[in-house]
Design a protein around this ligand. Sequence first.
Ligand code: F6P
Length: 530
Amino acid sequence: MDNTLEAQHKQLNESTLLDLFKENPERAKQFSLKVDELYFDFSKNHINDNVMATLFDKANKQELSTAIESLFAGEQVNNTEKRAALHTALREPKNDSDSSSIVQAALEKMDNFVESIHQQHWLGHTSKAIDTVVNIGIGGSDLGPRMVTQSLSAFHHPQLTVHFVANIDGADLEDTLSTLNAETTLFVIASKTFTTLETLNNALSARQWMLDAGCQQNDLQKHFVAISSNIQAANEFGIAEENIFPLWDWVGGRYSLWSSIGLPIALAIGMNGFRELLHGAHIMDAHFRQAPLNSNMPVIAALLSYWYNQYWGCSAHAVLPYAQRLNRLPAYLQQLDMESLGKRVNKSGAAVTTSTGSIIWGAEGTNGQHSFHQLLHQGTQLIPVDFIAVKKSMSNYKDQHQHLLACCISQSQALLQGKTLGQAEEELRVQGLSDDDIQQLAPHKVIPGNKPSNTILLDELTPKNLGALIAFYEHKVYATSVLLGINAFDQWGVELGKQLGKPLYHALTTEECNTEWDSSTIEIIKQLHS
Ligand code: F6P
């Protein structure tokens, strides 16, 4: 028997997911896992024992277990920047390693600061307590902290509101500041490099806003703290060294919410909550590091992604959290996954011959059902889905929670089973339609089904479980990068736009155009000046 993945794709493409369920009544039990309070059902996928065995062979050929160990051991997995990617060290319990002592010291610094804000010991320039925090950062210095802070609103400190500003569009800052009181507002300038255009400009405007509101220059330090690995630049901006929270080059931007970059999270939910988040991630780390590949949640998720991406022609993956508070999760995962896996060369620099990262998109259920789910059900592209739901209700409207869960399950069921022409015709007959009308309408009501999905259930939306969920996705991305042979930790592609932006800014502010630019660019600039 031809056991290649190509041959298995051909074979499975001839049967349906429903056939697979009929053949094996134990399928859901066989293709599901539980790690702590996260249940992962991957039974609604085009897989069987043979496919999984071949995918595990592939993982072994790519030496995935060794690669996992290299990640945790702090080897230079980011070869183009000659760096380790030790975000897992940020959530390790205290130990004797060098990284542990600096991580613990940073946590302690955060702890003291959070306490001083919560206990109202830290006062603004008019001696009023801080009740509002504005995090200014972008990319990894925004998406993770923003998503986690929003997701954990049930745990927020009652006297503190946390806002996030990212965009260079001044409207973002302006809209946020319009309702705030400078006397009680603290800005957290979050930038690993402290060179990022958006963050530096927003920070300068925020500083001016504070001065315009009557704060004296020498009181600015009561309203500005920074998180950066570039102490000098943060210092030059005017932030006192003791108010700069550290970050290290072995923590990638999109993997940094566990570091001081998580300060807005800690301010919102307290340090105990933040430590719980780290603990949850550590539970997933330990699982990823120790579990055999064939019962390893992030590894299996990565293999499924690889399977669909390489053999089923899938170029997109939908993430559908059935939890309102997780509605920033798809945006967060877009950076994590697409910045990590959107690569065109392998680790040695040779062009890849297969496709790499998928387009990650999605929105919270049930809202998405009334928007883009139509394309999932009847569009012509095959788009695997992750459904994410939470067992325990997040509101006091308990019955609505049961509706929410029912909607989530019904969507994965509808994707699985679809509706045949015969079923559509019968439905219309029961409704009393004429034969002619049935013939015309029935084809439109056919839903092919046979669409794959995973379902992830969290017992409860707690800091610990959210930490585990995020770490699950981080490790899935890393394992996928190993299967593809690419570097998950660099992002050279984003640099070109930044380089080109400088002369264009010059052209827009001086009207001096480079005549060698393409005529479209020159014309757009002219239009903007007209
Ligand atoms: O533009 C990409 C990027 O480099 C991300 O990888 C990073 O998270 C973001 O910019 C922000 O960078 P910084 O924290 O240095 O401001």
